[in-house]
Design a protein around this ligand. Sequence first.
Ligand code: NAD
Length: 309
Amino acid sequence: MLCGTTSALTPEVADKMTAKIIDGVAVSGSIRAELKERVAALLAKGMRPGLAVIVVGENPASAVYVRNKMRACEQVGISSFRYAFPADAEPEQILNLIADLNIKDDVHGILVQLPLPSQFSIPQIVRTISAEKDVDGFHLYNMGGLVVGDTVFPPCTPYGVVKLLEHESIPLEGKNVVVVGASNIVGKPMALMLMQRDATVCICHAKTRDLAQFTILADILVVAAGQPNLIVPQMVKTGAVVIDVGINRLPSGKLVGDVDFEGVRKKASYITPVPGGVGPMTVTMLLANTVASAERKSNGIRSLDHATS
Ligand code: NAD
């Protein structure tokens, strides 16, 4: 059980505090530089990593995400292949394409950009992607791997958060971590990855009663709810590390996270900005998973065959 809300900081020190802003663009840059070297090593062996991106419909946000992902691939030397379908495409068309991509030698990662139109079953799509090429980390095999601490492709957003914490040398062992948000793609895998690193993890969601009674206990607070200004300073322990995964577009057009950044930065020890925090890391970890997949192929590792049917 979580207990104790006190901080090690004296009130005088706490008063003068401003959090260190974790620069996701810079951390991404250094990871991408390493990935470029790994791609060069694969190229020297005659293999170029390849990512297939399937997009259905005309969602403007999806179009931007897909463009960013393909540009990032190009930056590190990964080939990317875009397959676009109209919004009224038949699910069979996409399922057949995935089956072809599953056996294509120059494709090491397959991603289907979400959301999809209503005629699609996302679980069915995710099940069809070979676990060997599931660089988004959504396949049941990879999800199950998270539970036992042995996943091959961790889901990109929580993977990016872990990398940010590692980069800042923020210890996790024995820390109280509160994850706000329990989705399959962010909150739940996040909680499992932090638990695997010996943190004491509490997960909150939309039905949690009195959210603040949990968040105030967090040494590390990860917020992924999609609610602007959900987390205000009174809900944060002095000196906490605050990771804001949320991306919300305000009516003014401004992009914000889930955390009152200006208020909370005066109380936290570390904080991620939106934009420029977790967002760039998500794309970078997609690249990392794609390169890792190509390396596995190059090394003849195919331990997931049984999970791909
Ligand atoms: P989702 O809608 O699938 O899940 C949201 C979760 O937050 C749910 O578990 C819900 O119960 C919980 N929640 C909602 N309102 C809450 C409240 N008032 N109090 C407590 N919990 C609440 O969303 P998602 O796909 O997990 O994404 C969450 C946010 O993260 C969104 O803003 C999304 O745009 C953003 N996101 C960012 C990245 C990135 O790269 N930075 C990647 C994925 C998602």
